[in-house]
Design a protein around this ligand. Structure first.
Ligand SMILES: Cc1cc2nc3c(=O)[nH]c(=O)nc-3n(C[C@H](O)[C@H](O)[C@H](O)COP(=O)(O)OP(=O)(O)OC[C@H]3O[C@@H](n4cnc5c(N)ncnc54)[C@H](O)[C@@H]3O)c2cc1C
Length: 459
């Protein structure tokens, strides 16, 4: 009999899993069918590209779509668009779905939960119907992206609420579309970096004319005649703006199964390296609805990134389709990259592993140093300033983390650091490994190696 897999959520994690399950089943000679449910009218698009679309760097919505529903169906997936799974009974192995054809109950052999994460939209940002007030909203879906493309064509002043990477990318979008911009953040800006590294980005934003306010928690919106006129902060100030971007974080969408499965500290599902959540009941999960094993902290962390969604989705699909699969997703390091462009400012920002702050909190005895250098030989026109912070453990000399803030070509240097961390390397490994050099790309002593050497020379 055909083995039926039901996938809930048809974006990065869900569709990676669905396609790989079919490929692996073919390889293993198994008879498998996949039914995938997607609540919205979009599937397999790059949410990562939304801020760049809003900025005007991407021409059209279509450019962000990796695969259309028809392409998924042509590959053999029974994809039900505009159909929301409203209930799951893990013991009976059934889902209830509501879509254009009404309500349906469907049985399955294996269930893949790939429902993603929901952006935080506080009550104060919602109108009476529960949706965001005109002029405000998150940046999460293709429809949100479309709204921001339109809003940025009309609004004058933009307030960005939230000091993470999506907030930063939306500041870039607002500036690119010619708007004045204020960034409000509850704590300090970009806490995935140590404070002095994050300060470099704050300085660049201010140099580009952005009004950056840290310690400014948004607690409400001011609205006149149904339109947003600004944001209110906890200290009672009014910050004026016609548009307010909500970049306030995400929470894993696990409410469908929260009473039936264990959740982690961040309310995410806790799949193993093969994507299994509950092997006895045939439950699997991947993507932003999950917490990810952090290899350095050796505990689950909420790291909602497309790179993890795609990888665990694929590993999950391979194991689901072929019981002899050896594919595993062996966790994450917190590697990430973004950038800021505004006025004459250009910064690439990247990190991997632990910051000094987090390492100390984790009780580690830490050595750290920051090096300022250039991305190319100083005599080359390509050379731009870069700051690299390296964190290692005293005694073992184990590399713990690297942060980079600098000009063109700075950011992807993080990959050498991530590779060193992945293989459990020391700060000496990073200082002495064979990295590429020619004047347009690096200094003879690559700046990342020198930063590591600074720490290596400490005891
Ligand atoms: C603005 C922005 C920029 C980003 N930039 C980057 C980046 O540069 N690098 C990076 O690695 N990551 C980035 N990300 C994160 C990345 O997009 C996500 O990690 C990735 O999309 C997660 O994939 P997913 O499949 O787990 O979840 P999602 O993409 O959220 O997909 C989940 C799907 O499930 C559907 N769904 C939910 N509940 C149900 C239900 N009950 N029934 C049916 N369907 C349901 C949803 O409609 C959705 O389509 C960015 C995200 C955003 C929003």
């Amino acid at each position: 009999m055909t083995h039926r897999i039901v996938v809930v959520g048809a974006d990065a994690a869900g569709m990676s899993a669905a396609h790989q399950a079919l490929r692996a089943a073919r390889r293993a000679g198994r008879d498998v069918s996949v039914v995938a449910f997607e609540a919205t009218s979009h599937t397999s698009y790059s949410a990562c590209g939304l801020p760049y679309w809003a900025a005007g760097h991407v021409d059209s919505q279509d450019a962000l779509v990796a695969r259309t529903p028809e392409q998924h169906r042509a590959a053999g997936i029974d994809l039900r668009m505009g159909t929301r799974v409203t209930a799951v009974d893990l013991d009976a192995r059934t889902v209830t779905a509501e879509g254009p054809d009404g309500v349906e109950e469907l049985g399955y052999d294996d269930l893949v939960i790939a429902t993603g994460a929901a952006p935080v939209v506080p009550e104060w940002a919602r109108g009476q119907d529960g949706t965001p007030l005109p002029g405000t909203g998150p940046v999460s879906t293709l429809d949100d992206g479309c709204r921001w493309v339109d809003r940025l064509a009309t609004g004058a002043d933009v307030v960005v609420a939230g000091g993470g990477y999506i907030g930063l990318e939306m500041v870039e979008a607002a500036l690119a579309r010619g708007h004045r911009c204020t960034l409000l953040t509850r704590g300090r800006f970009m806490h995935t970096l140590d404070p002095e590294m994050a300060q470099r980005i704050v300085d660049a934003m201010r140099a580009a004319g952005v009004d950056v306010r840290e310690g400014a928690e948004v607690v409400g919106l001011d609205v006149e005649a149904g339109r947003v006129t600004g944001a209110r902060t906890a200290d009672g100030r009014h910050v004026s703006g016609d548009l307010v971007v909500l970049a306030l974080g995400l929470s894993p969408r696990t409410e469908l199964v929260s009473g039936q499965l264990a959740l982690g500290r961040h309310r995410g599902l806790l799949p193993d390296a093969r994507g299994r959540v509950d092997a006895a009941r045939g439950v699997w999960a991947a993507g932003d609805c999950c917490e990810v094993h952090h290899r350095l902290l050796d505990e689950p962390r909420f790291l909602p990134l497309g790179t993890h969604a795609n990888k665990l989705g694929r590993a999950l699909g391979d194991n689901l389709g072929d019981p002899d699969s050896r594919l595993t997703f062996d966790g994450a390091l917190g590697t990430a990259i973004t950038r800021f462009v505004g006025g004459d400012q250009y910064l690439e920002i990247a990190m991997t592993g632990l910051t000094e702050e987090v390492a100390v909190e984790a009780g580690l005895d830490v050595l750290a140093a920051t090096l300022e250098g250039t991305t190319a030989s100083g005599y080359m026109p390509e050379a731009e300033p870069v700051a690299i912070k390296v964190v290692a453990e005293r005694g073992t000399r184990r590399l713990l983390g690297v942060q980079i803030v600098g000009g063109h070509g700075a950011g992807k240097r993080i990959d050498a650091a991530a590779a060193t961390l992945w293989f459990g390397g020391t700060v000496d490994d990073l200082a002495w490994m064979d990295l590429a050099y020619a004047p347009p790309f690096a200094t003879a002593w690559e700046v990342l190696s020198v930063a590591a050497r600074r720490v290596a020379e400490r005891r």
